[in-house]
Design a protein around this ligand. Structure first.
Ligand SMILES: Cc1ncc(C[n+]2csc(CCOP(=O)(O)OP(=O)(O)O)c2C)c(N)n1
Ligand code: SF4
Ligand SMILES: [Mg+2]
Length: 276
């Protein structure tokens, strides 16, 4: 396949063209969502015309080789520390578009402190957060995002919330912070959802280009190998069980007036049971 050449044409119309920024075929397992997310990032950066001034801050996990697949300047960071590294890069080069690409083990477990404080500081970075509910690279162990009852190699009887806690809705939590200008969750479960996720990724980068603050897009993704399913079964599980637990949508887009309704600091406290 030649980069940039039309891949699919119908009645003389190009239906799909491989983006120039997607430089090499990926090495992900069949049915893995990482490749789809890479393509969306490549398409959006190309569309915005900023590929030449974008810096990818990579992390640890199956996407550790993202710098091989995306023709972008890049920096590799230690596990979980991508938001801290991206903070430094963006502060030194505010003229650049800086984004992290992180898995859920990376962002929601090992790097919990980094993501929370980068968001709280309102760093002008974009975060692409690929949530496949598992530690894919290391053999399918339980992550904070693993669903209640889900079997993993480290929770063979299923995640027991009584001892292992509840799944962490990181993006909803971050959306409460005033420094977070844009937060959304998408999914790669079907073409329509992929289109919406693409729009969310574009919006997140636009927010950075407008110098507004922190932006994050969580993408619900598959790990057929870690889930012990075929690629088709994994997509079905994503579309049903996973999306039932993690609703997709925009949680905050402050420039467009979408924000969570929180009590105003200093305003009189109203009990949720008021009136009963
Ligand atoms: C500090 C540290 N702890 C643990 C590891 C081992 N490790 C490498 S990848 C990984 C899990 C990655 O999972 P996730 O971020 O969800 O990415 P995925 O592979 O699922 O896309 C772990 C625990 C490490 N490299 N460094
Ligand atoms: S182990 Fe899972 S996350 Fe990693 S490449 Fe394979 S399918 Fe993708
Ligand atoms: Mg993962």
């Amino acid at each position: 396949m030649t980069v940039g050449e039309p891949l699919v044409e119908q009645e003389g119309r190009t239906v799909y063209r491989r983006p120039q920024l997607l430089s090499n075929p990926t090495s992900y397992c069949p049915g893995c969502g990482h490749g789809i997310v890479h393509r969306l990032v490549a398409e959006v950066l190309e569309e915005l015309g900023v590929g030449g001034k974008t810096i990818l801050v990579g992390s640890v996990g199956c996407s550790v080789f993202a710098y091989d697949f995306l023709a972008l300047d890049s920096v590799e960071s230690p596990h979980g520390r991508a938001p801290a590294v991206a903070t430094g890069v963006k502060r030194v080069r505010p003229d650049r578009v800086v984004f992290t690409y992180q898995g859920d083990g990376d962002l929601a477990a090992i790097g919990t402190a980094e993501i929370v404080h980068a968001a709280a500081r309102g760093e002008r970075i974009t975060v692409i957060f690929v949530n496949n509910g598992i530690y894919g690279m290391t053999g399918g162990q339980m992550a904070p995002t693993t669903l209640a009852g889900q079997q993993t190699t480290s929770s063979p009887r299923g995640r027991d919330v009584a001892t292992q806690g509840y799944p962490l809705p990181v993006t909803e939590m971050l959306s409460l912070l005033p420094g977070v200008q844009y937060a959304a969750r998408g999914s790669v479960a079907d073409p329509a959802l992929v289109g919406k996720t693409r729009a969310a990724i574009r919006r997140a980068f636009e927010v950075q280009l407008e110098d507004r603050g922190f932006s994050i897009v969580e993408v619900l993704s598959t790990c057929p190998v870690g889930w012990g399913l075929t690629p088709v079964e994994a997509m079905e599980r994503l579309r049903t069980t996973v999306m039932d637990a993690y609703p997709v949508g925009t949680f905050v887009d402050r420039a467009r007036g979408i924000a969570p309704s929180l009590p105003t600091p200093g305003a009189p406290h109203r009990s949720v049971t008021e009136g009963f």
